[in-house]
Design a protein around this ligand. Structure first.
Ligand code: GYE
Length: 318
């Protein structure tokens, strides 16, 4: 009798296990994504890419908007862990402070893919992969453009991105790395505009009221949205953006291309937000049992009046 019961129980367990297995295989892949917010055109384009690609591939995406707050991102990641998603991905608003929640994800056996921004952690095995740009190189590219197109003398105003965020730290670092060999290129003003158009405008207004205002000949903005806000501030101050003050930024959004074509801005270093497809390529590979690559790079260029045409603008998806 006991033997029979054991066999029956074993059979039941097996049936349940295999039932669970088929359910999982037939079921959808579940991804939890914590987005920063909607601070820039770049971010909005990234969100579209994340959502549309999931739809196209039949991936069950749990999308959460953190409205610019790290605490909301931590909460979202905890809820993804509780829901037992297959993979967690997020764009960290700042680089530090995610250590504990990443440990929790690791303990739950859920791989984490960093999307477009990096984190600073003591142990890099706390995340599986970083998909996105090399923001330090973007900073270098912006500085090289200044060296080649402006020359050896400039008073540079810098609009820094969100304080403590990967792209702000890295773009600044890359830019400074190049200009340090050009003593006539000096950063004379530097302040955060939090990657938004409104704060870019506000901070530029302050720069243009400061005692150094007449020495500013170049603006380096860490993203296009802040540069777009600054263009307005420069015009309102009675100066010509793109001429009196040369404008260089990062992202490559359509609105910036338009300003460059109109002669009101000069250069944008591309940073590709349409990387939802690359994210799910990694997720689907992982679900097939393939190893997760540590790094997936996005391909990017540099745009100025030499390669922006109306046709380029018309074809731009973001
Ligand atoms: O440059 C900026 C956005 O993380 C690379 O975030 C991204 C940056 C992008 O708000 O526009």
């Amino acid at each position: 009798m006991k033997k029979l019961l054991t066999i029956a129980l074993a059979g039941l367990t097996l049936a349940l296990a295999s039932c669970g297995k088929t359910e999982k295989a037939a079921g959808k892949i579940r991804v939890g994504f914590s987005q920063i917010g909607a601070e820039s055109d770049w971010r909005k384009a990234a969100t579209v890419s994340i959502q549309e690609e999931a739809k196209k591939r039949g991936i069950d995406l749990i999308f959460s908007d953190a409205q610019q707050k790290q605490e909301n991102q931590i909460k979202a990641i905890r809820s993804f862990i509780a829901q037992g998603v297959d993979v967690i991905s997020f764009s960290p608003v700042v680089a530090t402070g995610f250590e504990d929640v990443l440990k929790e994800a690791k303990a739950a056996g859920i791989p984490v893919i960093l999307f477009d921004r990096k984190v600073t952690v003591s142990d890099d095995s706390l995340y599986a992969c970083y998909i996105g740009s090399d923001c330090t190189e973007e900073g270098r590219r912006a500085a090289r453009w200044v060296v080649e197109n402006v020359g050896e003398n400039a008073g540079i105003a810098e609009l820094v991105g969100t304080v403590g965020s990967g792209p702000a730290i890295e773009r600044k670092k890359g830019f400074e790395e190049i200009i340090k060999d050009h003593p006539g290129l000096k950063i004379i003003k530097s302040q955060s505009g939090d990657f938004t158009r409104s704060q870019g405008k506000e901070v530029m207004e302050q720069f243009l009221k400061s005692p150094e205002r007449d020495q500013i000949t170049v603006l380096f903005a860490h993203n296009d949205d802040m540069a777009l806000g600054a263009i307005q501030a420069i015009e309102e101050a009675g100066k010509k953006p793109g001429k009196d003050i040369i404008i260089v930024s990062c992202d490559g959004v359509k609105e910036m291309f338009k300003q460059i074509l109109a002669g009101k801005a000069n250069c944008t270093v591309e940073c590709n937000p349409m990387i939802g497809g690359q994210l799910y390529d990694v997720v689907e590979g992982y679900m097939r049992g393939e190893p997760i690559p540590e790094r997936v790079e996005s391909e990017e260029g540099v745009f100025d009046s030499k390669n922006i045409t109306q046709e380029v603008i018309d074809q731009r998806g973001y």
